[in-house]
Write a protein that binds this ligand. Structure first.
Ligand code: SIN
Length: 540
């Protein structure tokens, strides 16, 4: 096995990865690894746009309020303030460097509307192709000093003296290589493909979260997976996103009888926060209804939404009927690797940014079109922090012990398929959860505990597909445990056996997952606890 030394290793190929790498490359030697190709990421798929208070009737304070309310006040206030205050300046810098957002006939930005926003404030590009436009703009500006390695999967984080110091990769020839660096940045996106219905690229299964956990870093808010209300539904499958911006331009939801069921669900009706709309659709589907997005009131649909028009055409949907069949799908993970706003994790040398990280900015439910803004703002704060070289110790953790080799003998149960895992997650840890289902899921996942315990050794010998499956299962296990532990309904985490939590009450919980796979819970009132301890799932 060969080994190579770099200054910085970045894992991922989306906006967070490229932005951070670009900023750092002026002063550091940066290498990027992506497990598939440079365009296989969620950033490329982003339709809606970038939420940003740039209009004179808008303000960062209003954007802040909307973000907090959508997040059910589970958000970290400092992070939200940074996001909403710094967003406009960062976007101006993009625009000055040639990024073009759509404008109207008068040359003004044509700002879109999306769910739970009190103002039109979504900048978009190419109609509904904002992510693609941003990525192509950035790819064309990627510094020649950044080395990007495609089709090479990170399968392990190296930890030495409580410091993350590199990665092990697996390439398409099945070769393993060790790379060492003083800084490792995880920018791998979320975990939507743990579910069968998802807007995410199929490669996005949250493997980096499981790797970080395995290396001893703290994960947090794992119970909060956002389901986007409107994925195009064809033959019982979700085949692509139908942007919330479509509802922002006047489309509405109806069932097969023509009932506009959102009318009585929430004062913001079809533009209610995503968790509310997804649950209402789920309810309709559960009652045996079909749900459609009625686009009859959207002007110039095909011009404003060219990518969705193409998606519908490819899937045989006749837009002249004005009805697009929809189903909710896993879309954005609010949970992730616990970081502060500078992207520092609890493990020295390891950083996370974008959807893979959780600095608390989105709370229990992300406000629409805040994720590209998150990426833009926090890639910069991470890069600035690393370039300043002021690496304070954020939270000291010890690395995990080596597992007993005997555990390798315990691989009695064959690993399940990806589809089986997705099915179990959707059924029991999807839009509506209940203790009974979560326990059933937990029991099923516990069959694979021997694999989790031997994961370091297994990584050395198993083929990539099986390593990936074990990490999927391990993350599912942690999500299930977190969902069981949160005994309330809040934002994207809805438990049919618990009421929706009051805004003012926040349960602070640290979930210690012990090495034998059992979990124990500690609860404290918010006031008694500092921020570093909030809602964290940590490996002791
Ligand atoms: C959408 O276009 O509806 C997705 C935008 C987002 O998730 O922020």
């Amino acid at each position: 096995m060969s080994s190579i030394q770099q200054d910085v290793i970045v894992v991922g190929s989306g906006l967070s990865a490229l932005l951070t790498a670009n900023y750092l490359s002026e002063h550091m030697n940066v290498i990027i690894f992506t497990k598939s190709s440079k365009n296989d990421n969620n950033s490329f798929l982003a339709q809606g746009g970038v939420a940003c208070a740039i209009e004179h009737t808008d303000s960062w304070q209003l954007h802040y309020e909307d973000t907090m309310a959508a997040g059910c006040y589970h958000n970290e206030e400092d992070a939200v303030e940074l996001l909403t205050k710094c967003g406009p300046g960062e976007l101006q810098a993009f625009i000055q460097n040639g990024m073009q957002f759509d404008r109207d006939g008068l040359g003004e930005y044509s700002l879109g509307m999306e769910g739970a926003h009190s103002k039109r404030r979504i900048l978009h590009a190419g109609g509904d192709q904002t992510g693609k436009e941003l990525m192509e703009w950035l790819q064309s500006r990627l510094s020649k000093k950044v080395l990007m390695v495609e089709h090479e999967t990170v399968i392990k984080l190296h930890v030495h003296n409580d410091h993350c110091c590199g990665v092990q990769t697996y390439n398409s020839n099945g070769e393993r290589t060790n790379y060492f660096a003083s800084k490792v940045i995880l920018a791998t996106g979320g975990a939507g493909s743990l579910y069968p219905y998802t807007s995410n690229n199929e490669s996005i299964t949250g493997m980096a979260l499981s790797l970080a956990y395995q290396a001893g870093a703290t994960l947090t808010d794992l119970e909060f997976m956002q389901f986007h209300p409107t994925m195009l539904s064809v033959d019982e499958k979700a085949v692509g996103l139908v942007s919330e911006a479509v509802r922002g331009e006047g489309a509405f939801l109806q069932n097969v009888k023509g009932l506009r069921f959102m009318e009585n669900v929430h004062p913001m009706k079809d533009l209610a926060p995503r968790d509310v709309v997804s649950r209402a659709i789920f309810q309709e589907l559960d009652n045996g209804e079909k749900v459609y997005l009625n686009i009859s009131k959207v002007e110039q649909f095909q011009t404003r939404f060219p990518a969705i028009t193409r998606l519908c055409a490819t899937n045989g949907i006749d837009l002249s009927t004005n009805l697009i069949p929809v189903v909710p799908g896993a879309h954005f993970y609010m949970g992730g690797i616990y970081t502060n706003v500078d992207g520092e994790t609890s493990l020295k040398g390891l950083y996370a940014v974008g959807e893979a990280s959780c600095n608390g900015v989105h709370g229990a439910n992300r406000l629409a079109s805040n994720s590209l803004l998150e990426t833009i703002v926090f890639s910069k704060t991470l890069a600035d922090h690393l370039l300043k070289g002021s690496h304070h110790e954020f939270w000291h953790k010890t690395s995990i012990e080596k597992m007993d080799r005997d555990l390798l003998q315990q691989r009695a149960v064959p690993l399940p398929s990806k589809e089986e895992i997705q099915h179990m997650m959707m059924k029991h840890a999807g839009i509506v959860r209940h203790e009974d289902g979560l326990l059933e899921l937990k029991n099923w996942l516990e069959l694979y505990l021997p694999y989790f315990k031997a994961i370091n050794q297994l990584t050395e010998i198993l083929p990539l597909k099986e390593i990936e499956t074990i990490h999927m299962l391990q993350l599912c296990y942690l999500i299930t445990e977190a969902a069981l532990q949160r005994k309330e309904s809040r934002g994207a985490h809805f438990r049919s056996d618990f009421p929706i939590a009051k805004e003012s009450w926040r349960q602070v919980r640290i979930l210690h997952v012990q090495k034998d796979g059992n979990a124990m819970r500690k609860e404290k009132e918010l006031d008694e606890f500092n921020h570093a301890a909030r809602d964290a799932a940590s490996f002791l």
